[in-house]
Design a protein around this ligand. Structure first.
Ligand SMILES: *Cc1c(COP(=O)(O)O)cnc(C)c1O
Length: 380
């Protein structure tokens, strides 16, 4: 079927599914094999090459979700991001990073970049004049996140992809926080979209995976990188990810509704000093989210009026959200990013994140139960 024309909920269920189904099974089978027979002159299926049947089935689903020609899945989000950067940056090449990025990406673009000879400029998410100022002959790519972590900002993504297009640079966006339900960056002109599928795409906090989507040419270049470095997605994990994706639209809509309700509740509460959620009219990037997004995402951040101590008490008092990092799963999660991952230096929060900033990932629980829980935690 022409998956790309179906609406999102239908794509999530039907895209990539062979019709008639294989062996009559409504559920696509797991092919655990690492190697497949081939006709002379044909590429043999090999697991690390990401071209075995369950992997290719997943790729079809992922490409349809983002409205892309092609997709390749990897063993984690960081594997996807690293593969894209290794594909488009050689030693001496320069990349402009617009806005703040995920902790692991930040360390990759500083410590590892230095070892690899990549030149990196961290620039504003909003200021095309600054991008033009820092542009060099060696600039090969621009990189951004569709909603930034953990400050929940939306940069000037339309200008960024246009800036890259006019100058022949690869434009790369990490769309993890939005999911394709909320935002499809290829429609706004981005060349390559990465995801941590560990988060909302799988949605059940039980699979590690990453995704890159784009044109068939560009994804083939990325797949060559993953073939050489080896971060392929095991078919069992590929199957679980495809299963998770079937409910993506339902889950993300409920998560968005919960995030919106919690953000509105908190922004009207005297014990909360500030709330960052693009679905609030007072958010500085509200107009961008309305223009480009379908929904406002499942992530919000806030600062209690009582500062760090109040933040810690609130996290303890809440009964439903798990006090854990990560995001996008069916369970609500709550974390203080500045405290997070001390032992895991490779994933640290960007500098400048306030100590009392609390990040909430809305799950799919009943909205009223979540609001009741915040009420008992704040007022109890
Ligand atoms: C979690 C995350 C990553 C890294 O993904 P892993 O699957 O943990 O490797 C990258 N970008 C963003 C925005 C994330 O939230």
């Amino acid at each position: 079927m022409s998956d790309a024309h179906a609406r999102m909920a239908t794509r999530a269920v039907h895209a990539g599914e062979p019709r008639p189904p294989r062996g009559g099974s409504v559920v696509f089978p797991i092919y655990p094999g690492t190697v497949f027979e081939s006709e002379p002159g044909e590429d043999a299926g090999y697991l690390r090459y990401a071209n075995t049947p369950t992997q290719e089935y997943l790729h079809g689903k992922l490409a349809a979700l983002e409205g892309a020609e092609a997709a390749v899945a990897t063993s984690s989000g960081m594997a996807a991001i690293a593969a894209v950067l290794h594909t488009f940056l050689a030693a001496g090449d320069h990349v402009i990073v617009a806005g703040s990025v995920y902790g692991g990406t930040g360390v990759l673009l500083t410590e590892q970049a230095e070892r690899l000879g990549w030149r990196v400029t961290f620039a504003s998410a909003d200021d095309p004049a600054e991008w033009a100022r820092v542009l060099r002959p060696e600039t090969k790519a621009v990189y951004a996140e569709s909603i930034t972590n953990p400050l929940i900002r939306v940069g000037d993504l339309a200008s960024l992809s246009g800036f890259a297009r006019e100058r022949g640079l690869a434009s790369i966006v990490d769309n993890t926080f939005c999911t394709p339900v909320v935002f499809r960056p290829h429609e706004l002109g981005f060349d390559l979209v990465c995801h941590s599928a560990t988060k909302a795409l799988n949605g059940h906090a039980d699979v590690s995976a990453g995704v890159v989507t784009g044109s068939a040419d560009l994804v083939e270049r990325v797949r060559r990188t993953t073939t050489l470095y080896g971060p392929c997605l095991d078919p069992h994990a590929a199957y679980l990810l495809a299963r998770g994706i079937k409910t993506l639209e339902l889950r993300v809509r409920r998560q968005n509704a919960n995030a919106q309700a919690v953000a509105e509740y908190l922004s009207g509460h005297e014990q909360i000093a500030a709330v960052a959620y693009p679905g609030l009219p007072g958010h500085p990037d509200h107009a961008r989210a309305r223009a480009w997004f379908d929904g406002s995402g499942s992530m919000l951040a806030f600062r209690p009026a009582g500062g760090l101590e109040a933040a810690e008490v609130l996290i303890k008092q809440l009964r439903l959200p798990y006090a854990a990092p990560s995001l996008g799963g069916v369970e609500s999660l709550i974390a203080r990013p500045a405290a997070g991952n001390r032992g895991r230096d490779a994933d640290r929060a960007p500098t400048g994140v306030p100590e009392d900033l609390v990040r909430f990932s809305a799950g799919i629980e009943d909205t009223e139960d979540l609001l009741d829980d915040f009420a008992q935690a704040l007022d109890g």
